[in-house]
Design a protein. Structure first.
Length: 437
């Protein structure tokens, strides 16, 4: 009986462990998963996609101008008096007093000097700019999420550093109490250790609060409840060869890949099409129209009649509005060219900044890594000296502080590097979702 109860108990423990492991695994969020979620759930991206849909509808409106225009009508007429005419001494009816009529007409523009076609091409280019802008927003949202993700990882490392400092100070406090009990040190050394430990515990609380804030920021980015428990996985490998890339090559990549530049270039092409469409108003428009009209009238020989018309229309004078519109479009193009040059300068500065941040952080990593090893050895030596009565409590506490500073600088340099790397990838126009997949 006891064996059966024991086996049942072990069985439920195993089931609970499996469930707990699955839940923990489900809560673990990688950077690639987070980027996928944020690009799917971002409201900014959804708004941009709606703008795409509006622009696509505009292309259909522009295309409709190139298709046949078909109209139909049906009427029923009631007259107070029957129409008639006087021929000498007689009156002759000309129409029914009440009659119906209907008509069907089709009109097609034959040639308008590329006016409608250019408007359609312009609308398609505008749609292309909206799609590029959605790509830009998606990458910007990805960058914001990646920075929050690295902030959260860094705050977890700061908790780890503070916990280690608490452990070291607690160990020192135990040693100090033993030495105090033996009469080797004074009460002042003991109080100094207790005060330093209290201060470190407060900083540990602050580090945990910062971690909670960063977790809420991350949950907000992926549209989760702010207090949802989230565990993140560190990004170990460097996803790019940014350190090996020359600044000139980086500028060239940015000019070719940044969505902002692509939007300006495509908009310039759209303005060229708009100018062609507007200039077509200087020239005639040729069209062909066919129709069938029917009017109920027993006094007419043919109640229904077919119609075919080949015509031309030309606006002879519109107060100079067409010329003004063409001039306006050209000025808009010049404005965009100036904005493009300004944008290139700003992007170039952005690329250079992230590259310098990347190199600086990389150098700091190697320097601070050595500093951590040196600080650990320094603490070990001072502890030995203190336990032997040669060193002082202040030297041990200073050694603990130096090690904490070294570890803090090391982890900060790591995540400064990762943040700079993400910013550099964004600055040269690469898709962060593809890089971190």
């Amino acid at each position: 009986m006891k064996n059966k109860i024991f086996i049942t108990f072990l069985f439920w423990i195993l089931i609970f462990s499996i469930i707990s492991a699955n839940v923990a695994y489900a809560d673990m969020l990688t950077l690639s998963d987070g980027l996928r979620l944020v690009t799917e759930e971002s409201r900014l991206i959804r708004i941009s996609q709606r703008e795409e849909a509006v622009s696509e509808a505009d292309t259909l409106v522009a295309r409709s101008r190139m298709l046949p225009n078909i109209n139909a009508s049906l009427t029923q007429t009631f007259l107070a008096y029957q129409p008639g005419a006087i021929f000498g001494t007689q009156s002759v009816p000309m129409s029914e007093k009440s009659y119906h009529s209907y008509s069907l007409s089709i009109q097609q523009t034959l040639y308008d000097f590329k006016g409608d076609a250019s408007r359609y091409d312009s609308s398609r280019l505008i749609l292309e700019t909206k799609k590029i802008d959605t790509k830009r927003i998606r990458n910007l949202v990805s960058l914001d999420f990646a920075l929050i993700y690295f902030d959260l990882l860094e705050s977890e490392k700061m908790i780890l550093v503070s916990e280690k400092e608490v452990q070291r100070l607690e160990s020192h406090l135990r040693d100090a109490k033993n030495l105090y009990d033996e009469g080797v040190i004074t009460k002042n050394d003991l109080l100094q250790a207790e005060v330093r430990l209290s201060d470190t515990k407060q900083r540990l609380v602050a580090a945990k609060n910062l971690r909670a804030i960063n977790a809420s920021r991350l949950n907000s980015a992926i549209s989760r409840p702010l207090k949802t428990d989230v565990q993140v996985m560190d990004v170990e490998e460097t996803p790019s060869d940014a350190l090996k890339l020359a600044i000139e090559n980086a500028w060239e990549l940015a000019e070719g890949q940044r969505p902002e530049i692509q939007i300006v270039n495509t908009t310039l092409k759209s303005l060229d099409m708009e100018e062609v469409a507007k200039r077509s108003e200087y020239y005639p428009k040729f069209y062909l129209q066919g129709a069938y009209d029917y009017t109920e009238n027993r006094y007419q020989i043919h109640e229904g009649n077919w119609l075919l018309t080949a015509g031309m229309s030309l606006n002879l004078f519109s107060g100079g509005s067409t010329k003004a519109e063409v001039l306006k479009i050209r000025q808009q193009g010049q404005k965009l060219l100036e904005q493009r040059n300004k944008l290139l300068d700003e992007i170039g500065l952005e690329v250079e900044k992230y590259m310098l941040d990347l190199k600086t952080a990389n150098e700091r990593i190697s320097v601070t890594k050595d500093a951590v090893g040196q600080a650990e050895e320094n603490l070990r030596i001072n502890r030995v000296r203190y336990s032997e009565g040669v060193g002082t409590a202040t030297e041990v506490l200073d050694a603990v502080t130096l090690l904490t500073i070294a570890e803090t600088n090391f982890y900060k340099s790591i995540y400064d590097f990762k943040r700079a790397e993400a910013g550099f990838i964004y600055s040269i126009g690469k898709d962060l979702l593809e890089v971190y997949k």
